[in-house]
Design a protein around this ligand. Structure first.
Ligand code: IMP
Ligand code: MG
Length: 193
């Protein structure tokens, strides 16, 4: 068998030529730990466990890794998910956001952290914040792994941000293009974008 050391893809990379790696799985792991430190060291807002609300479906790996890192730091959690979507498919946002479900946990008086994969136009998070604010949590903060600030339409800023993101359509670590590439452990962009 011929050795291709030096030129073969690492375990972190995808062999499919259409994805150009941008953020490695290792870098994501390091940043998630640092985010967990930031969240764990905030002043307390109440005695009940912190409520993580993940936005399905892209935030799933991020919520999983962040919640485990928070647990390692002794932060008690309750975790739930809601569905909100602004993408019907493809890479163009129609700009209409539907919040399609409510959390099973009663959020009134709770310390709530909304977690999403990527903040793009900001319309999704704005709609979810508006829906949740009505039930008067003690604190409603936001945490996104990626911040694609160049495309923001509403000036929204997340309280916790993993990485700034260039104005490219990205996939991997939960993010998809027509439900593909969510399983990638790293974040990349389409070679053609
Ligand atoms: P926003 O409402 O435009 O901020 O979009 C937020 C949602 O759009 C995110 O939760 C993602 O599901 C999706 N999204 C935005 N940009 C990308 C991207 O580059 N790749 C994959 N999904 C994206
Ligand atoms: Mg999403």
């Amino acid at each position: 068998m011929t050795s291709r050391s030096g030129s073969s893809p690492g375990p972190d990379e995808d062999r499919s030529p259409e994805i150009v790696p941008l953020i490695s799985a290792a870098a994501i792991g390091v940043r998630v730990q640092a985010l967990a430190d930031e969240v764990a060291h905030r002043p307390a807002a109440g005695k009940d466990p912190l409520v993580l609300i993940g936005l399905l479906r892209g935030a799933l790996p991020f919520v999983t890794d962040l919640s485990r890192a928070l647990k390692d730091r002794g932060v008690d959690l309750a975790i739930d998910y809601v569905t909100a979507s602004s993408y019907g498919g493809g890479t163009i946002s129609p700009g209409k956001v539907m919040v399609k479900s409510s959390p099973a946990i009663a959020l009134a008086g709770r310390d709530v952290l909304l977690v999403d994969d990527i903040l793009d136009t900001g319309l999704t998070l704005e709609a979810v914040i508006a829906a949740f604010a009505a039930v008067t949590p003690a604190r409603l903060a936001t945490c996104v792994l990626l911040d694609k600030r160049a495309r923001r339409l509403n000036g929204l800023r997340a309280d916790f941000v993993g990485f700034p993101c260039p104005d490219l359509f990205v996939v991997g670590y939960g993010m998809d293009l027509d439900e593909r590439f969510r399983e990638l452990p790293f974040i990349g962009t389409l070679a053609s974008s």
